[in-house]
Design a protein around this ligand. Structure first.
Ligand code: ADP
Ligand code: MG
Length: 620
């Protein structure tokens, strides 16, 4: 496949003019902002010297908004007005999310999720915008000027709606988005440019609540995402929770109130983090009823308690390798991303799985923001883009509905972005003047099993016989992963197009489920497709025979007519209730029953022509 260069047109800077551009890692748990200073990427700390900003927003009673550490601290006392993990909700509908598992009051929005706070209903876009606004403020304070723009990172599996919603959040925060960049790609940029790496790389990202794995190919300054996978309900939080449960059983505690629960969970998290460097950790607390809790845990014990969580990350890696068509041996390097990959048993498991020591010379919490900053520096025109190119992939196939409810794939999954593909379609009915283009996403053969993204209609097709119109449908996915679809009738040039912005999106669980479904149902799907194809043929033949009987029925004697009527009835019966095989048999029988009739009609038509008359004249 041809590789396309991604460069922002019209963005080459005047000499000596340095534009202020930043990279932003908008994380589920923590967010960061970084920039390139004197040629190297650095994170920008807050006034207290902390790089990470907890992705938590609190709406206070005086109308003010707290973002970050203060909001995180207040979560225990003001949970309903303090929103964390907005990234899990962004660009998604109420139907998409497990509402009962989230500690919020939901607002009354129909398709879009809103959270009820004392400052009114807030969408996840508004919540994310608060985080972005805080980071923009931090950057402008520390760089001393207004930002030209930012590169914001998103998970590779984010769909169109989630990407759009992230862009909307940035717009609300007054940030000019230079590009949305996939998180693993950003990590690879940070490593690739520093180490001049070549080959196929795996990016293992274990954050607070999510696990993502990506297979990337780097060569001669070219980045290409080959496959992605993961688990959206697995992260550092699960390790905290396991340690917390262990603590409860060790100390013989059961029923805790919410405050004690939060207290011990927080201590478990701190203990987990200290076990990364220390051989043992001690947890000490006084509960609200005055009881003292004290426990010591050794690193080895913690590792045994959580080994099953570590093992859980290996399955998605195997799948991603398979999707990318590479074996473990084909992986030149493994990049660790996310705070939770600091844990020694994670590093050990990754080392054993790949048979090599992972790359860890960059800080795993910062690597995504650093890579984004490098990309922003290029896009803002401070550095030539010739040095490297950037390529991502589509997580699911994109296609459209064709006659009979079948999904025709136009852009297969894992296609490199940006990409554009065109396919020609035609009309099914005589005189058809409009065609509805139904854009779908998914791996299954039937439209009913795929996700509907958008519908639009191409009108003004001149009336022609079925199959004569040539409608070229072009799918285009840009470097940010956003899809637009256009349709053009080739002989007349009439066109219609749409930019696909679904009202809600897919999370990686849904993507994983859809992929799994497509594999499990491959057999069913093949049968369903075969049936639909046979049905299209049967329907066409039924209509043709009926039209012929109306026109030339007089060519048949009574027995012949009865025979054909019987075959017609059989075909209609199979069309309604039969499977692919029985429909085909009925079609074949109908074909045989009408053989002689067809021959006689041909003779009659030849005679008509020989009489100097045009067939159409006679038919009308
Ligand atoms: P996200 O990408 O979800 O925003 P991060 O990459 O910031 O998340 O990772 C946050 C997770 O990393 C939390 O579970 C946190 O406890 C964990 N973490 C941070 N530092 C350490 C450490 N030193 N040892 C173990 N886990 C850590
Ligand atoms: Mg992250």
């Amino acid at each position: 496949m041809a590789l396309l260069q991604i460069a922002e047109p019209g963005l080459s800077a005047a000499p000596h003019q340095h534009r202020l551009a930043v990279g932003i890692d908008l994380g589920t748990t923590n967010s960061l902002v970084a920039t390139v200073r004197s040629g190297s990427a650095v994170c920008l700390p807050d006034a207290q010297g902390r790089n990470g900003l907890p992705s938590v927003v609190r709406y206070l009673s005086d109308g003010a908004v707290d973002v970050g550490h203060d909001a995180l601290k207040a979560q225990k006392i003001d949970p309903l007005n303090t929103i964390s993990s907005a990234k899990r909700l962004i660009g998604r509908s109420l139907d998409d999310i497990a509402r009962d598992q989230l500690p919020y009051r939901f607002g009354h929005g129909d398709a879009v999720v809103t959270l009820a706070t004392r400052q009114g209903d807030k969408t996840p876009i508004e919540v994310s915008a608060e985080i972005l606004r805080a980071l923009r403020q931090r950057a402008e304070d520390s760089l001393g000027g207004e930002l030209t723009g930012a590169v914001i990172t998103v998970p590779a599996y984010f769909d169109d709606a989630q990407r759009q919603a992230t862009k909307d959040a940035a717009r609300l925060a007054g940030i000019n988005v230079l590009r949305l960049l996939n998180e693993p790609t950003a990590a690879a940029i940070a490593y690739g440019l520093d180490n001049r790496a070549e080959g196929t790389f795996a990016v293992y990202d274990l954050g607070g609540g999510t696990f993502d794995v990506s297979i990337l190919q780097l060569s001669q300054g070219l980045f290409e995402v080959k496959a992605t996978g993961g688990n959206s309900a697995l992260g550092g939080d699960d390790f905290d929770h396991r340690l917390f449960c262990h603590l409860l059983s060790q100390c013989g505690l059961s029923q805790l109130n919410e405050q004690d629960h939060q207290l011990l969970l927080g201590l478990a998290r701190a203990a987990k983090e200290s076990l990364t460097t220390d051989e043992s950790a001690t947890i000490q607390a006084t509960l609200s009823d005055g009881r003292d809790v004290s426990a010591t845990i050794r690193r080895e014990e913690f590792h045994n308690l959580t080994q099953h969580l570590v093992a859980k990350t290996l399955e998605p890696i195997k799948q991603a390798l398979k999707d990318a068509g590479v074996g473990k041996a084909g992986i030149q390097g493994v990049i660790l991303v996310g705070g939770a990959t600091r844990m020694p048993h994670i590093r050990q498991a990754v080392t054993t799985f790949f048979g090599q020591t992972p790359l860890t010379n960059l800080n795993p919490d910062e690597v995504v923001a650093l890579g984004a900053a490098m990309q922003a520096n290029v896009l803002a025109g401070n550095k030539s883009a010739d040095e490297w190119l950037l390529l991502d992939v589509t997580p699911l196939s994109l296609g459209l509905e064709t006659y009979g409810g079948l999904a025709e794939k136009v852009i297969p999954r894992n296609s490199t972005l940006p990409t554009a593909r065109a396919q020609e379609f035609t009309t099914f009915k005589d005189g058809q003047t409009a065609m509805t283009i139904h854009v779908v996403q998914g791996e299954r053969e039937l439209v009913a099993d795929c996700r509907s993204l958008a519908k639009f209609t191409l009108r003004g097709i001149p009336p022609m016989v079925a199959g004569a119109a040539r409608i070229r449908v072009t799918f285009q996915v840009d470097a940010d992963g956003l899809l637009s679809v256009s349709a053009r009738e080739q002989t007349t040039g009439v066109q219609a197009q749409i930019e696909v912005k679904p009202s809600y999106g897919l999370d990686d669980d849904t993507i994983t489920r859809m992929l799994k479904d497509s594999m499990q149902h491959a057999q069913d799907d093949a049968q369903a497709r075969a049936r639909a194809e046979a049905a299209i043929e049967a329907q066409g033949l039924l209509e043709a025979v009926q039209a012929a009987l109306a026109l030339d029925g007089d060519l048949l004697d009574e027995a012949e007519r009865q025979n054909i009527d019987q075959a017609l009835a059989d075909t209609a019966q199979q069309l309604a209730h039969g499977d692919a095989d029985t429909i085909r048999q009925a079609v074949q029988a109908l074909g045989q029953a009408t053989d002689t009739f067809a021959a006689r009609r041909m003779n009659r038509n030849i005679q008509r022509v020989l009489q100097g008359k045009n067939i159409e004249e006679l038919e009308s």
